[in-house]
Ligand binder design. Structure first.
Ligand code: NAD
Length: 420
């Protein structure tokens, strides 16, 4: 089954259980629009490569389509459509007044020079510009896209449309109208969610709660730092080269500094301010996932927990900061073992929430401090967790089903059963 089909199957099943009108369910089964185009990319050697690209506008019942643009060699129309549906669920779970969108171009950006990357980014926006406004569809960075690329895209949009409109994308650099707090937002929001999960589920103080984090990029490293600041005991960290663990608590600030020097997490067993570069604390990524910790936080890639390793997972709680780290077929195995899963559509919404704050600031011509942004984010995430937790308890179901159920109720309320 394709990723989009399995996403829609989940949405449809829950919508039926909720008793949604069949006309509403029918509208949830398809994206409202998918824009498909090819970008003629002029390479530095003067040849042209046609790059296939898409923008999926899944649903706008709750507000403008919102979602990133990814540049990756495996991007497909199906993937972009599925991710746009996830975005609609995510924004609705935490009550951000946006819909769901996602874009992508099938290209390996690592093989492009900086000027080729700029032409690709501008070419993407040139093709999309006639189909979006800052009140209808607001892209953002995603896999392999960043604030520099967003800057090129805003510039191109303004050229094509002939008007100034920095709100057309979010995730911009501060100098281009980006928001304070955006860089740390997903990790910060994740740490707030983990705090809530620990209070409701583990009922121990942070110093007695052990945590393993897979991935030490934007999301994983900031989540590690904020959790460390809250007093949690981080016992293992990893990146794509490997993992490290030992008996002592790790200091993610020292690990981050060490990684900047040495290149990889696996060589940086830093407890306190002291780092041990020897091999003895290295473990494999598989061993890390299966380690005996209170909370496992996948913050790297999709499909890390599968039918193969689900039975060996020993964590009590899994908090999905990555998108889709647990395969749908592995989930029932984990739930049967009594493991509580805090789903991605709740746990990693900090980024899209602060994207909303960025858009609001641009629209109102305001600049908020990081303190204000993170304060608002914290309240949003606490409320988001509490509402999903209460729904799960009252319906005696898992947190993912509860989150989808809440989101679908919110979206379905705004869809007309009899569109004219
Ligand atoms: P990133 O590229 O900054 O970091 C990814 C990290 O994962 C790197 O440390 C990399 O070495 C590591 N990694 C890759 N493969 C691994 C493996 N097999 N085992 C262990 N580590 C591995 O990416 P990011 O922005 O931190 O995003 C991480 C995840 O969070 C992705 O699934 C992304 O879609 C999701 N997410 C990110 C944001 C955001 O605001 N950045 C928002 C929502 C969701």
């Amino acid at each position: 089954m394709s990723l989009f089909d399995s996403t829609i199957q989940k949405i449809e099943t829950i919508a039926r259980q909720l008793g949604a009108h069949p006309n509403i369910i029918e509208q949830l089964k398809y994206p409202e629009r998918v824009i498909e185009f090819n970008i003629p990319l002029l390479m530095d050697n003067e040849t042209v490569r046609m790059i296939p690209a898409w923008r999926s506008q899944y649903n706008s019942a709750c507000g403008p389509y919102k979602g990133g643009i990814r540049f990756h060699e495996s991007v497909s129309k199906d993937e972009v459509m599925a991710l746009s549906a996830w975005m609609a669920i995510k924004t609705a779970v935490v009550g951000v007044p946006f819909g769901g969108g996602k874009g992508g171009a099938r290209v390996s950006p690592r093989e492009l020079s900086k000027s080729e990357l700029e032409r690709l980014s501008r070419g993407y926006m040139r093709k999309l510009a006639q189909s979006i406004t800052s009140d209808t569809d607001i892209p953002a960075p995603d896999v392999n896209t960043n604030s520099m690329i967003m800057g090129w895209m805003v510039d191109e949009y303004e050229k094509v449309s002939g008007k100034r409109d920095v709100a057309i994308v979010t995730g911009k650099a501060i100098k281009d109208g980006g928001s304070e707090g955006r860089e740390v937002a997903t990790g910060y929001g994740g740490a707030v969610t983990i705090d809530q999960a620990a209070k409701h589920i583990l009922k121990k103080s942070p110093k007695d709660i052990t945590i393993a984090i897979q991935g030490f990029g934007n999301v994983g490293s900031y989540a590690a730092k904020f959790l460390f600041d809250k007093g949690y005991k981080i016992v293992s960290l990893s990146d794509h080269h490997g993992a490290l663990a030992g008996v002592k608590e790790l200091n993610p600030y020292a690990v981050k500094k060490c990684v900047e020097e040495k290149g990889f997490v696996a060589g940086c067993y830093c407890t306190g301010d002291v780092c041990d570069y020897s091999e003895k604390n290295r473990i494999t990524i598989a061993e890390q996932l299966e380690s005996n910790v209170d909370i496992l936080i996948p913050a790297a890639m999709e499909s890390q927990i599968t039918n193969d390793n689900a039975r060996r997972i020993r964590a009590k709680v899994i908090v999905e900061l990555a998108n889709g780290p647990i395969n749908p077929s592995a989930e029932p195995i984990l739930l049967k073992k009594g493991i509580i899963i805090v789903p991605d559509v709740l746990a990693n919404t900090g980024g899209v929430a602060v994207s909303y704050y960025e858009w609001l600031q641009n629209k109102k011509n305001e600049r908020w401090t990081e303190k204000k942004v993170l304060g608002k984010l914290e309240r949003l995430m606490v409320k988001g967790f509490d509402v999903v937790w209460t729904e799960a308890k009252s319906k005696k179901t898992d947190l993912r089903t509860a989150a989808y159920s809440l989101a679908i109720q919110r979206i379905a309320k705004k869809i007309k059963a009899k569109p004219k």
